[in-house]
Design a protein around this ligand. Structure first.
Ligand code: PMP
Length: 437
């Protein structure tokens, strides 16, 4: 199947896509890029990628030919048209194609930036056999330019690094500056000592990985210890474990550095666990993005028609997600990290019970799961997601106590005003799930 790609406003078969030979990306590597992963047909961490793209563009004084919302729409369209279940979306913006080659930047008023996107189908990306055995890295000198925090398309040295590693019988190279590891050729680098995860702090020396940010956040939430500091390659060789992160590898264990095996030469405990958490959490968060209309959601199973109570019960997932049926849209997921307030359980239970009274409500369930308090509301209704969000958001603000605030039993304070709104809301929708995910 030929891919459908996007080039400057058009969706085209890949064989028909064209870019000028004067494009500054082609002549001068004058461009930036992003790679967003796709799991279950959904974009992972799109907002963070869009934010980093914006930053890269600003740092290079380059204009974006589209808004970030338009970019999201293009990502979605390509994922849909190319039927990507697991894979990547590559995006590149260059400083356009002036009439001739010139070192000076062209006038952005007359030369628009070029925008190219394409998908890469990679079945088995999440369940990678490589992740089970880990990868081998070698070290090479970091001779890249001084603004590695900008995600530019100047990837010659990283490509060379990858080839040097391959020749040496390894999978990748870690780059060294003043004896200290900066990062991998296309990933961020970490070592583990005891229970401590050590990684270089963000600066101009490394790319600020989107996966790095997510993994560190999840590690903190899982009470793992994190130290953001430089580490030497010698220290790395004596570490208990090591790993890399990127949008295309997620969390990948490193089992050998410059021929020295780490631990017993197999992935340790920390990296595989982090991979598991990362995949699980990212998949959950990707559902949130579906709220904006992701078609993949239409394949989700329809919950059974029953009320599920709020025990912190991992079986709840199975109970509320039986095999048949389809959901048309997801209206809202709320995620309040580290928020184990009893009043929130009660609040969610009360919301759920209140909604469950209505004939139109199929299920209401709620609870905790792994330091997280989630409320997801799904509906089959013909209502737009904005309507549902408008009804649900105030409810959440009313009932869910923010982290560290005074805990009071808000769940019992359903005011008359809110009863009215709830009545209107619940009467309109055909199904609500407040689920323990
Ligand atoms: N460092 C470098 C040099 C990279 O090229 C990449 C991936 N493009 C990363 C780190 C990881 O970044 P992310 O997690 O955003 O993919």
């Amino acid at each position: 199947m030929t891919r459908t790609v996007y080039v400057n406003g058009n969706y085209l078969p890949e064989t028909e896509a064209k870019i000028s030979i004067f494009d500054r990306g082609f002549l001068m590597a004058d461009g930036v890029y992003e790679v967003t992963s796709v799991l279950d047909g959904k974009l992972i961490d799109f907002d963070a990628h869009a934010k980093r793209l914006r930053r890269s563009l600003d740092e290079l004084d380059m204009a974006s030919p589209v808004t970030m919302d338009e970019l999201l729409a293009i990502h979605r369209e390509l994922v849909l048209q190319n039927k990507v279940e697991e894979g990547l979306v590559y995006l590149q913006i260059t400083r356009g194609a002036p009439a001739d080659r010139d070192f000076a930047f062209p006038d952005p008023e007359t030369v628009p930036s070029s925008l190219v996107l394409f998908t890469q189908n990679k079945p088995g990306l999440a369940d990678s056999p490589v992740a089970r055995v880990g990868i081998k890295v070698i070290s090479i000198e970091d001779i890249r330019w001084g603004r590695r925090d900008i995600k530019t398309i100047q990837l010659l040295y990283p490509s060379m690094g990858k080839m040097i590693a391959k020749k040496a019988g390894a999978d990748d190279a870690w780059m060294i500056q003043d004896g200290h590891v900066t990062e991998g050729t296309s990933n961020n680098a970490y070592i583990v000592k005891g229970r401590k995860i050590i990684t270089r702090p963000r600066s101009n020396d490394i790319l600020h990985g989107i996966t790095r940010a997510a993994v560190l956040r999840f590690a903190k939430e899982a009470q793992m210890e994190i130290e953001e500091r430089r580490f030497t390659i010698d220290e790395a060789k004596e570490a208990d474990e090591a790993f890399i992160t990127s949008a295309s590898t997620f969390v990948m264990p490193v089992v050998e550095i410059d021929g020295v095996a780490l631990g017993d030469g197999t992935p340790g405990k920390v990296a595989p666990r982090l991979r598991e958490i990362y995949l699980e959490e990212s998949r959950e968060a990707a559902i949130w993005q579906s709220e904006r209309g992701q078609a993949a959601l239409a394949t989700l199973p329809l919950p059974a028609r029953k009320y599920k109570s709020t025990a912190p019960d991992t079986a709840a997932r199975q109970t509320i997600l039986p095999k048949s049926g389809k959901l048309s849209s997801l209206s809202r997921i709320v995620r309040i990290s580290q928020n184990r307030l009893y009043s929130n359980v009660m609040a969610a239970r009360n919301i759920a019970m209140w909604l469950a009274q209505f004939r139109t409500v199929d299920i209401a369930a709620s609870g905790y799961w792994r330091n997280r308090f989630l409320i997801a509301v799904w509906t089959q209704a013909k209502l737009g997601t904005n309507t549902i969000s408008a009804a649900i958001d105030p409810l959440i603000r009313l009932f869910i106590t923010p982290v560290n605030s005074e805990s009071s039993d808000l769940g019992h304070q359903i005011s008359i005003r809110w009863k009215e709104r709830l009545t209107t809301f619940a009467a309109q929708i055909s199904m609500v799930v407040i689920r323990n995910a």
